[in-house]
Design a protein around this ligand. Structure first.
Ligand code: DHE
Length: 553
């Protein structure tokens, strides 16, 4: 069995500090030694365990646990790594590449001995993916406060729909902040490298999902926001979503929850009130062309339809979008739509009928007509689109627009989503000041005149610390804002307040130093508030309750 490596993972997380690419508690299953085909590279069982864990934490997110490639290229001996050899691989791991591979050595994330170990590990066959069963999920499930013991109305007078959940990534915590007063109300221990938060459909609960596959459920109606249940869906996960449908087919609000696993590749449906696991469905299967069977078919983004009892589940490696009907959560009915590879993140258009998702290896955005359960269009955008959930604009002359940035080039692409000429094509490309891509997130709001973009993965330190404000009508950059000097770190992720008057930006630093969440006035574009304190360490994604419930972005 791969060792359970909580301590190593924690130490590594502390070291990583920035740009993590992996999860903890890999459930890694090496334990036996391995050697390369020609016998020139030999790793002991202990070395395989250690290398598997390092790989899982720093590389698997982009290259896949089986190293078949996804956001990053394949790292199989027969395809690439034997040719590169130990010296070539060490150079890549140390220095990174302009295409987005981080410079793990130069950043100090991996030392020379670790780089050497990983370079040798990459030249022997990868260990198999371990199982994570229903029994494991049941053992990991803890119901701290049963639904009947929770309040039936908010126990405070605060405007809880304007609360924000802020991920403190490497602290393994989530902070709940009152968006009106900017007070920090609670810090919840959520587990290793929390990735995203989503709200229940009523907004009363936040659910977090971590890279260790751990889910937590936080009740915002308690006098102090409190964790009421927790569980674990896999060794590694990135997505969580709730059932949002209420209509003729039933009221599913706050009823079910889905978690998408990277390792193993499956999704798990839970009771959204208790986090008791209900069913698990493997996403292994044939890829879009029907020829290739994909064992590592990881679940990337998941969104819930407001119009049908459906989740849109994006299966990365197979390029299939699965529409999962949750009316029967034990045996969910699934419609599979072949699209493009490798599916990553995405969001709804303004009507809530179309879901747009990045197929980042093909430099495309896939459009799925969820109402009619079919592929609508595939749009060529730019190098490695990375929308987050994208941003929607109701433009006075161009119509409804949906926006994505790119990791691999300096381009914000604006796609027309409403009917008429040019529908599903890029109607505008916005170039940000300075060279290079590295954009991760864009955001807008119906009450705002602006579109905001970050650039934390750019090579230039100044650009990493900048956010760019674009006028929603002219689609021109109107201002570049830079993080104040006293807060070291990169500017990452943008979120509006409920009324759209403020934009919050995280300063993503290291564990060693507290940073800040910057609050900008969306009209004046001035820095209005700085949320800081010893607890503000490694803030990344931050989510407003109301906007998350209503898919406002
Ligand atoms: Fe994310 C969203 C996967 C790296 C912060 N990230 C997502 C989603 C996926 C994903 C599939 C969509 C979830 C959904 O909507 O259901 N992210 C991955 C990776 O595989 C990747 C590239 C490498 C890895 O190993 O994880 C990766 N992500 C990062 C980071 O390095 C970030 C900046 C900080 C961190 O947590 O490590 C990061 N990802 C985020 C955030 C979102 C996200 C804040 C949600 C954006 C939103 O507004 O919804």
């Amino acid at each position: 069995m791969w060792n359970k490596f909580a301590n190593i993972a924690l130490a590594l997380t502390l070291a990583i500090g920035m740009i993590g690419c992996g999860g903890s508690d890999s459930g890694s299953a090496a334990s036996e030694g391995a050697q390369s085909a020609d016998g020139s590279i030999v790793l002991t069982g202990a070395e395989m365990d250690r290398a598997s864990d390092i790989f899982f934490d720093t590389c698997a997110g982009c290259h896949g646990t089986l190293r078949l490639g996804a956001t990053g290229p394949s790292l199989l001996p027969e395809e690439r790594t034997s040719l590169l050899g130990t010296a070539g691989l060490k150079a890549f791991i140390t220095n990174g590449t302009p295409g987005g591979m981080p410079d793990w050595g130069r950043q100090g994330v991996l030392d020379e001995e670790e780089i050497d170990l990983v370079a040798r590990f990459l030249q022997v066959p990868p260990p198999p993916i371990p199982f994570y069963t229903m029994e494991d999920m049941n053992s990991a499930w803890v119901l701290h406060i049963a639904p009947e013991d929770r309040p039936t109305e908010p126990q405070h007078d605060r405007n809880w729909q304007n609360f924000f959940g802020v991920i403190l990534r490497d602290m393994g915590q989530v902070a709940i902040i009152d968006g009106d007063t900017k007070e920090m109300l609670a810090i919840i221990e959520t587990g290793f490298a929390v990735h995203i938060l989503r709200t229940s459909s009523s907004g009363r609960y936040f659910y977090s999902i971590g890279r260790d596959g751990k889910i937590t459920m936080i009740d915002l109606w308690m006098e102090t926001p409190t964790m009421v249940a927790e569980g674990k869906a896999s060794f590694d996960a990135r997505s969580v979503e709730v059932s949002k449908y209420n209509g003729p087919e039933g009221d599913f609000t706050d009823k079910y929850l889905i978690v998408g696993g990277y390792t193993p590749s499956h999704f798990v449906i839970y009771d959204a009130q208790t986090l008791e696991p209900i069913s698990v469905t493997s996403t292994e299967g044939y890829a879009l062309d029907g020829d290739e069977y994909v064992e590592e078919a990881r679940v990337a983004s998941i969104v819930a339809s407001h119009k049908d009892p459906l989740w849109v589940v994006n299966v990365k490696e197979s390029g299939m979008v699965w529409l999962v009907d949750y009316k029967d959560p034990v045996n969910p009915e699934i419609t599979k739509i072949a699209t493009a590879r490798f599916l990553h993140d995405g969001g709804w258009d303004l009507t809530g009928q179309y879901f747009l998702v990045a197929a980042n290896a093909e430099n495309k955005v896939v459009v799925v007509d969820v109402d009619n359960q079919k592929l609508e269009a595939i749009v060529e955008t730019g190098i490695k689109p990375h929308p987050g959930r994208g941003a929607n604009i109701d433009h006075p002359t161009l119509g409804n627009l949906w926006v994505t940035g790119h990791l691999g080039e300096n381009k914000i692409s604006v796609i027309k989503t409403s009917e008429g000429a040019d529908r599903w094509s890029v109607v505008r490309e916005i170039v940000l000041p300075g060279a290079g891509g590295g954009n991760l997130f864009v955001k807008s709001h119906p009450e705002s005149d602006h579109l905001w973009a970050d650039r934390p993965l750019n090579n230039d330190v100044g650009l990493q610390r900048s956010v760019f404000v674009i006028d929603n009508t002219s689609l021109e950059v109107v201002k570049t804002l830079t993080v104040p000097d006293e807060f070291p770190g990169r500017a990452v992720h943008l979120e509006y307040s409920k009324d759209g008057s403020e934009v919050w930006v995280s300063v993503w630093g290291t564990m060693e130093q507290a940073t800040a969440i910057l609050v900008y006035d969306d009209k004046t574009l001035e820095l209005k508030d700085v949320i800081t304190g010893d607890w503000v360490r490694t803030p990344t994604g931050h989510f407003n309750v109301y906007n998350t419930v209503h898919d406002i972005y």
